[in-house]
Structure formats: C-alpha cells, structure tokens
Write a protein that binds this ligand. Structure first.
Ligand SMILES: NC(=O)C1=CN([C@@H]2O[C@H](COP(=O)(O)OP(=O)(O)OC[C@H]3O[C@@H](n4cnc5c(N)ncnc54)[C@H](O)[C@@H]3O)[C@@H](O)[C@H]2O)C=CC1
Ligand SMILES: O=C(O)[C@@H]1CCC=N1
Length: 272
C-alpha cells in the first residue's frame, strides 16, 4: 500500500486509534496520508500537535480517505453509523477494530457492496508487537485483506481467521495482555510477601516474563516441554505447580476466557 494511493482515516482516535496512527508514522507513513476524527476538540489538538496529522470532521474524513478505520467503542458504533454510514462514498474499504461487532453490522449501515474487514488487535501494537487477526466481510475480496494486512504490518503480527472465530480471538489475544499484566501484579505481590522490595520483585518478574515469551516464540518448543525443563524432581517449581493445581488455576483460566468470549457476543447482541 503506497501512501500516495491510500489515505487512512481513523474514526474515533482514542487509545487504539492513536496506537494505529503512531505505528504507521513510526513505519514511515507520511503524516499527510493520515486523518483522525475525534469527539472532543482538546483530543484533536493533542493529535494534531503530537503527530502532525490532520483532524477532520467525520464526514470530510470519509470523503477524503481511501481506507476508513472505525475505532470507536462498540457501544458508540450504532450512533456513529446511523449518521455517517450512508455518507461513506461507495467502494471505500471500511476496517473495523471494534470488539464483538460482526462485519454484517457495518454492511447493514453502509452503502450496498461496501467492503468491510474486521480486525481484532491488541495494545502491544504500541511497541510494534501486536497480534492482529483479520476476517473478510461478504464484499471484501483478497485485495482488501491484503491492504488491511499491509496497514497492520508495522504494528506486529497478523493472521487471517474465519469471522466465526473473532469472538474467541478477542477473548484470547485482544484481552490477553491484560491477563499477563494481572499475573505480573500477582507475582510481584508474592515477591513482597517473601520480603523482596517491590521494585526488585517487579524487575525479576518482568524479565522472567520476557525471557519466557522469547523462549516460547523462538524455541518452537511446546510450553509443557519448557515447563518440564524448569521443574526439577523434588524441587521448588513442582511445589508451586501443586498449589496452582490445588487452586484450580487452569480451570479459572478456561472459565475466564470463555466469559470474555461470551461478553463479546453480548456486546454484539446489545447493539444489533
Ligand atoms: N483497548 C484495547 O485493548 C482494545 C480495544 N479494541 C477495540 O478498539 C475500539 C476502541 O477502543 P479504545 O481505543 O480502547 O477506546 P477509546 O474510548 O479510547 O477510543 C474511542 C474514541 O472514539 C471517540 N468517538 C466516539 N464516538 C465518536 C464519534 N461519533 N465521532 C468521532 N469520535 C468518536 C471517543 O471520543 C474516543 O476517543 C473498541 O471498539 C474496542 O473494542 C480492540 C482491541 C483491543
Ligand atoms: O476489553 C475490551 O472490550 C477490549 C476488547 C479487547 C481488549 N479490550
């Protein structure tokens, strides 16, 4: 996707929208090829000053852009599209990053035949380590998926999934970073319990998490193999694992992620 051919407008440039815009700029996208829309004037001033991008009203943004990224909260999407949907010029690619909303939700509210691609990304996009999963709506063709992948490439990894799997993806990798942060918090507290200074405990855990993540990605080994390599017979690790099993942590993780998937479905049902 060359910047000369494609201007991207992010409709509702909040946390995720800003993350996408900043990633594109880091990858060398010219600020002149990026547009943001906002609800609050101060937010617009901030984006304009910090990134040198254009901030336009929604209607102007969709007229000018080639790719329109919908980045509002799912609960705000109906109101936004009731007004803006019919004004989106025919043939533009609409990319939604809204959790839970199916491509059919957008297709109903956009001119007939509008190609829609659904994306679920995550906040590590801020450090170019996103996991984004994309699915085509009924009018999106290979070229639209390729264009979306190109737009997301600077932010991290991208996979294609059938749309029926998007709520599961949302529960797993969309929300996933929050589960790891939660674990880091809990492990840091454990360090405090054992008498370590908070800062030291934090540093130990962050480096252990990073090391484990790099080993998972680069060794290609199954997590069980990697865990077994840490777990000495009669040693310390197995004592901890016994407690995790006794507290049914695995079952809690399964229930938690299923609850997140169900919530994604509920959000979609509420706005449909
Ligand atoms: N935060 C996360 O980790 C992830 C969020 N998402 C999805 O990304 C989307 C955005 O989430 P966040 O960035 O966290 O929310 P956010 O609340 O930070 O950003 C949404 C922005 O849209 C603006 N907005 C709302 N209605 C508007 C309108 N009519 N015109 C112009 N601007 C409007 C709001 O003022 C706000 O700044 C959501 O749909 C969420 O489901 C997806 C993956 C991860
Ligand atoms: O919590 C949420 O609804 C959003 C979607 C995935 C991550 N954050």
């Amino acid at each position: 996707m060359s910047p000369e051919q494609h201007t991207i407008a992010v409709i509702g440039a909040g946390k995720m929208g800003e993350t996408l815009l900043s990633g594109l700029l880091r990858a060398g996208w010219p600020a002149s090829g990026l547009i943001a829309t906002v609800r609050r004037a101060e937010r617009g001033e901030y984006l304009q000053t910090r990134y040198g991008i254009r901030v336009l009203p929604n209607e102007e943004a969709v007229r000018e852009a080639h790719v329109i990224v919908i980045a509002v909260k799912p609960q705000d999407a109906s109101t936004l599209l009731a007004d803006l949907g019919p004004r989106v010029p025919q043939g533009k690619l609409v990319v939604s990053i809204c959790a839970g909303l199916p491509t059919s939700f957008f297709e109903k509210r956009l001119p007939e035949g509008t190609p829609v691609v659904r994306v679920m990304s995550n906040t590590p996009a801020l450090v170019d380590q996103a996991m984004s999963a994309i699915s085509a709506g009924s009018h999106a063709r290979a070229e639209h998926l390729a264009l979306t992948e190109e737009m997301l490439r600077p932010l991290g990894k991208t996979v294609r999934v059938p749309e029926s799997q998007q709520d599961a993806v949302t529960a797993l990798s969309g929300s996933g970073p929050a589960y790891f942060y939660y674990l880091v918090e809990a492990m840091t507290d454990a360090g405090i319990l054992l008498g370590l200074p908070r800062q030291v405990a934090h540093e130990l855990i962050v480096q252990a998490a990073l090391g484990a993540a790099v080993m998972l990605r680069e060794s290609g080994e199954h997590p069980v193999t990697l865990r077994e390599a840490v777990t000495s017979p009669g040693g310390t690790t197995i004592s901890a694992i016994r407690e995790l099993e006794r507290h049914r942590v695995r079952a809690a993780v399964l229930d938690a992620i299923e609850a997140a998937r169900d919530r994604a479905r509920e959000i979609a049902a509420q706005v449909d």
